[in-house]
Design a protein around this ligand. Sequence first.
Ligand code: UT7
Length: 323
Amino acid sequence: MTIRSVLTGTGSALPKRAVSNAEMAQMVDTSDEWIVERTGIRNRYIAGEGETTSTLATEAARKALIAAGLDAAKIDLIVLATATPDQTFPATATIVQHALGCNGGIAFDVSAVCSGFLYALGVADSMLRTGMAKRALVIGAETFSRILDWDDRTTCVLFGDGAGAVVLEARDSDEADAPGILATRLHADGAHACLLYVDGGPSTTGTVGKVRMKGREVFRHAVTNLADVLREVLDDTGLTADQIDWVVPHQANARILDATARKLDLPPEKVVITVDQHANTSAASVPLALDTAIRDGRIQPGHMVMLEAMGGGFTWGASLIRI
Ligand code: UT7
């Protein structure tokens, strides 16, 4: 008997306040033209008072449970990816668990920054396939605005806040074309930690710190690493790029998405793009984009969907799912 983790519902949540590039240009020396041309970003959402990583995560999780037709009490595993937890501890996953009222199962956070959702998905998939749990919520949620240096135009225009969630259910899947996660590959290379990091932390400065990034170098590594990991997942599954219906990438920069798709000969119309509306929401970006494309009807049951992300660490990964 083969157990597969089947995606049965998705949900997402955004803060109330939308912030345009024009508004950003009133805060720092930038322009709508520069941001659109270099990144594709036109808008981002910024959390206000009372909106936290856990409140956004809980809203996204509730919507995913409704889409799956599942009562929260049935969830026995929550894996939440974030670099901006409500508190250093407890894990934000436990706060979400309590808010949903499904106390007693497993709940923990995963820290892999922009690749966090891919890491969380890989961990949850492994736990479902080994029988440690039956029904999981995998969440990516961030309030990155709270760790941005609002005087640094090279970073503050790039990021936004939000959350996305998926429900995964362990199902017997002996048929070859059964839905579920087919393959996941994850990587990290700590040699590049200095290119994208936060300049604080509980054990070093005793402060939360702010995001620092050498954007151009990150860009270069991102295109190479993402193309390589996508090829690995295709090799694992014996599929070719033309058999992929949709690519749902981490939404950091429209130019990275174009360059990666070109390297693999993937037509741009197969790439789901939300960076224009959400900006870079770190661990939330892949599930936010996935939920968007499922709800607007682009992604349909039976479709082959490739998720991919790259972020601080560096960390990167990809996962192929039959919906
Ligand atoms: O999510 C994790 C992964 N993160 C990423 O993948 C981000 C990857 N990197 C990028 O997306 C791009 O490198 C950026 C969007 C961050 C920057 O784009 P770029 O084309 O690499 O620009 P650059 O850093 O080479 O900067 C070009 C110029 C500089 O001016 P000089 O030195 O040429 O005079 C910057 O000072 O643009 C200037 N600049 C800005 N100008 C207006 C930098 N930020 C801004 C800004 N507004 N916000």
